[in-house]
Design a protein around this ligand. Structure first.
Ligand SMILES: *[C@@H]1O[C@H](CO)[C@@H](O)[C@H](O)[C@H]1NC(C)=O
Ligand SMILES: *[C@@H]1O[C@H](CO)[C@@H](O)[C@H](O)[C@H]1NC(C)=O
Ligand SMILES: *[C@@H]1O[C@H](CO)[C@@H](O)[C@H](O)[C@H]1NC(C)=O
Length: 233
């Protein structure tokens, strides 16, 4: 209140227009992104003093990305398949261009937060028990640890796009420090959207969430880094 500040969260999992844009009904498996069309969302970002972007996990489909060339209203959808990294780069470039055209670097700031890792298989960190993040209480101590679920290719794209952008976009690089935190996920301690079955209850590992994080927790560290970049550029 002292600063008359407002904070908003805006849902756009691909930043560009997509078939997953509904803030509630978005659990689609066949994801389609409409190329560089970011205006649908970007018009709501206009006028912000600070914008913090991020987009990652939704791109990890394990397949090529489906890019829509025409519009979602068109009967015959013109879909082109693209390598995930190329499609990701295309959208990030559109975001960088939008920042250039719509944000004044003298009075506003833009940031991009890198990928948030997952911990879905304990064998990734050398634990042979066939577990996941469930019941993990310590961070990974190997400083070079990088999980196989985290795309180095997309990280490279982030570096390339934002180091070349005309208006500075600060990269808040939270990936490596978050890789260590196999102990920081919500595990079983979260709201369950569907009632648990007796089989699940008997085997907590089976429904442990190893993607999202507890609060307070790791994300407070991300915020410290953002704070440092914001006030001590
Ligand atoms: C607070 O911000 C709003 C929106 O930008 C603006 O309309 C209003 O005049 C501001 N109030 C003060 C006291 O600065
Ligand atoms: C959780 O981990 C502790 C310590 O490694 C172990 O003793 C315990 O059996 C584990 N609990 C479950 C339910 O797996
Ligand atoms: C983020 O940090 C990791 C680990 O230190 C590094 O490998 C990567 O190049 C960095 N990425 C960017 C875009 O700065």
């Amino acid at each position: 209140q002292d600063y008359n500040a407002t904070i908003e969260f805006y849902w756009a999992p691909f930043l560009a227009e997509s078939n997953s844009d509904d803030a509630v009904v978005h659990r689609v498996t066949d994801r389609i992104v409409r190329g560089t069309a970011i205006e649908k969302h970007a018009k709501f970002w206009k006028g912000a003093d600070v914008v913090v972007f991020n987009t990652y996990l939704w791109w990890m489909t394990g397949q090529k990305m489906k890019i829509l060339q025409n519009s979602f209203e068109d009967q015959n959808k013109d879909i082109k398949e693209m390598e995930t990294e190329d499609a990701y780069g295309m959208v990030l470039n559109a975001v960088a261009k939008w920042v250039e055209n719509n944000m004044d670097p003298k009075s506003s700031r833009a940031f991009f937060v890198t990928m948030s890792p997952t911990h879905t298989q304990s064998k990734d960190w050398g634990d042979k028990s066939d577990g996941n993040c469930y019941n993990q209480t310590n961070p990974i101590k190997d400083l070079s640890y990088w999980g196989p679920g985290t795309s180095k290719g997309l990280m490279r794209v982030i570096g390339e796009v934002f180091s070349a952008s005309k208006v500075p976009v600060g990269v808040v690089n939270i990936t490596q420090l978050s890789e260590y935190r196999k102990d920081a996920h919500t595990q079983i301690y979260k709201k369950q959207w569907n009632p648990l079955t007796p089989e699940q209850i008997a085997n907590p590992k089976s429904y442990a969430d190893c993607t999202h994080w507890c609060l307070p927790g790791l994300q407070d560290t991300w915020n410290e880094l953002l704070y440092a970049k914001l006030f001590f550029p």
